[in-house]
Every structure is written in structure tokens, then in C-alpha cells.
Design a protein around this ligand. Structure first.
Ligand SMILES: Nc1ncnc2c1ncn2[C@@H]1O[C@H](COP(=O)(O)OS(=O)(=O)O)[C@@H](OP(=O)(O)O)[C@H]1O
Length: 312
């Protein structure tokens, strides 16, 4: 276990704003209400984008709320000290965010009809997004190189632990009536996911309201909204040049990273068995064909084993 995190039940958490006491209390005592909506993701998967969309759906596209209240107050994090205290006595339907793995979520979730929206993102982009974000944050352990960071990603030595465990755990909720699974990639592709969100939340929006949701949750508009872009926290939990909305799209990976992903050795002498394509399509594949999850997981494990064997 590394000292660069707050640890709870074997899972690492950021060093600022999290304590084992609050994490325990949240899991044991937080009461979900049937009318709550929970936004659930592994970090760097587009959480804040989804929060912005849901807020706009609730306000029928009117941007006043998202322009006047910080995003972490609109949808507080149940596992964080600040969020837990803000949420626990809050009246009425609540918007709640979490990155918690399934085993640490407040137990009451499983006895409530609270609606859960689980957003998954391609692990390659989650990985790169975290690489740039954690590198300038003041709450995560510092890695020396991309190789070291990659190893930590695979081992789950990053805030909230392993992407693989997180995804594997929460996918067991697939098919439940109050559980909607979406992917970042599909959300980017077209409006269908937003319509799905409206239907799931029982909100009917007029076409112009829907257009306003799209416009006001777009990357560019969100990047300029200081209530959503975390610029208010720069110099606190984010360093001065820390940005949440970095690219919002796939970017060319550094060649070193591509090699790692492909399982290539420098001299290319060991042919990759599992390549980038499988990694890229992993989340989309399980979103569309959940029955393939196990098969893909086995392939992924094989891939990881191969990388270890290759000395990465
Ligand atoms: N509106 C919109 N459209 C598209 N993409 C967006 C949007 N808002 C945030 N993002 C991208 O989401 C990434 C950050 O994910 P999270 O919000 O989950 O981060 S965090 O874990 O809560 O820190 C981060 O991805 P990267 O740019 O790849 O780093 C953000 O740019």
C-alpha cells in the first residue's frame, strides 16, 4: 500500500477531502431515497459532462442553474467529506455523484428505487485523461513516467482503484430497471443517449429545450462555464494549471504508450496477441454485448499477463 492515498477497504482515495470515517459512515448509514438520481462513473469517464446534462434536463435546457451554482453543489459526491455532509440531511429529490466501486457504495442503494446512470468510457481514453489530470493534481500520488502510470492503472494504484474491478463490479447491475448504462463514446456520437436519459428520468423535453441541453453541455460551453470547469478550485485541489476539460476527444497516444498498449517490445520482435483495437472497443463492446464481458475480460487478463511477461 502506498502512502500517497487515503486507503479504505483496500481501495485508494485522494488525499484531500476523503477520510476512512466518512467513507465508512457513508457506506453504512447514508440513506438513498427512491426519488434520488445517482451519477456513477470511474474517474475521468465524463462524470461532470453527465452531471451537466442531467442538470440541464432537469431545468428543461434553461442554463441559469448551471451558470450560478458550482457543479459539486448541484450534484455532491456522496463519498467525499463535503458532499456527504451536504447530502445527508438534504430534503427532496437529490442529484448525487459517485466514483465508488460497487462494494463501497452506501448499502441502502440496493433497497431503493433511486435511479442510477452509469457512464463508462473507453479505458484508453480514461487512462490518458488521468495521466494528464493526476500529473498536475495535488491529491494523487505522483508517478515518474508514463510507464509507471500505466502500470498503476493496470494494478489499480490510482484514485478509486482499478478500472477493471470497477467496471466488472457495476456491470452486475445491468438489466435492473433503475440502472441505465451509457458510454461516453455514444454520448459524443449523437443525441440518442440524451433522449435515453430523458426517458429514463421521465422528463419530456421539447425540441428547442433539447437543443439547449446539447448546446449548453457542449465541450466548448462547459469549458467556459466557471461553475462547471473547476477553475474555482484551481490552486486548491487542482494545481494552477490543472484543467478538467482538457480535450474531450480521442487524441494520438504518445508512441511509447501505443507500444505498451499493443504489447510490443522496442524491436517489435514479440508480436502483439491483443492489440489496441480490443482495448479501444472494450467499453463499447460490453455496453452493446454484455454477454461478451467475460470473454473480453479473459482477453484483457491475457493481455496484461503478456505485458508483464514482456517486462512492462
Ligand atoms: N462537455 C464535454 N464533452 C466531452 N467531454 C467532456 C465534457 N466535459 C468534460 N469532458 C471530458 O471528461 C473528462 C473528465 O472526466 P470526469 O468529469 O469524469 O473527471 S473526474 O474524474 O470527475 O475528474 C475529460 O476528458 P479528457 O479531455 O480526455 O481529459 C474532459 O475533457
Amino acid at each position: 500500500m502506498s502512502d500517497g492515498y487515503v486507503w479504505f477497504e483496500g481501495v485508494p482515495f485522494p488525499t484531500k477531502g476523503f477520510t476512512p470515517e466518512v467513507l465508512r459512515e457513508a457506506r453504512e448509514s447514508f440513506v438513498f431515497k427512491d426519488e434520488d438520481v445517482l451519477i456513477l462513473t470511474y474517474p475521468k469517464s465524463g462524470t461532470n459532462w453527465l452531471i451537466e446534462i442531467v442538470c440541464l434536463v432537469y431545468s428543461k435546457g434553461d442554463p441559469k442553474w448551471i451558470q450560478s451554482v458550482p457543479i459539486w453543489e448541484r450534484s455532491p459526491w456522496v463519498e467525499a467529506e463535503y458532499g456527504y455532509n451536504a447530502l445527508k440531511d438534504k430534503e427532496g429529490p437529490r442529484l448525487i455523484s459517485t466514483h465508488l466501486p460497487i462494494q463501497l457504495i452506501p448499502k441502502s442503494l440496493f433497497n431503493s428505487k433511486a435511479k442510477v446512470i452509469y457512464l463508462i468510457r473507453n479505458p484508453r481514453d480514461v487512462l490518458m485523461s488521468g495521466y494528464f489530470f493526476y500529473g498536475v493534481s495535488s491529491f494523487a500520488e505522483k508517478f515518474e513516467s508514463l510507464e509507471e502510470y500505466f502500470e498503476w492503472f493496470i494494478k489499480g494504484n490510482l484514485p478509486y482503484g482499478s478500472w477493471f474491478d470497477h467496471t466488472h463490479g457495476w456491470m452486475t447491475m445491468r438489466g435492473k430497471e433503475n440502472f441505465l448504462i451509457l458510454s461516453y463514446e455514444e454520448l459524443k456520437q449523437d443525441t440518442r443517449s440524451i433522449i435515453e436519459i430523458c426517458q429514463f428520468l421521465g422528463k419530456k423535453l421539447e425540441p428547442e429545450e433539447l437543443n439547449s441541453v446539447l448546446k449548453n453541455s457542449s465541450f466548448q460551453v462547459m469549458k467556459e462555464n466557471k461553475m462547471s470547469n473547476y477553475s474555482l478550485l484551481q490552486g486548491q485541489c487542482l494545481s494552477k494549471n490543472g484543467i478538467l476539460l482538457r480535450k474531450g476527444k480521442r487524441q494520438a497516444l504518445p508512441s511509447k504508450c501505443i507500444r505498451i498498449f499493443r504489447g510490443h517490445h522496442d524491436d517489435n520482435s514479440r508480436a502483439p496477441t491483443i492489440g489496441t483495437r480490443e482495448c479501444l472497443s472494450f467499453s463499447t463492446l460490453i455496453a452493446h454485448h454484455p454477454e461478451n464481458f467475460l470473454r473480453v475480460l479473459i482477453k484483457k487478463s491475457l493481455f496484461i499477463a503478456l505485458m508483464w511477461a514482456a517486462g512492462f
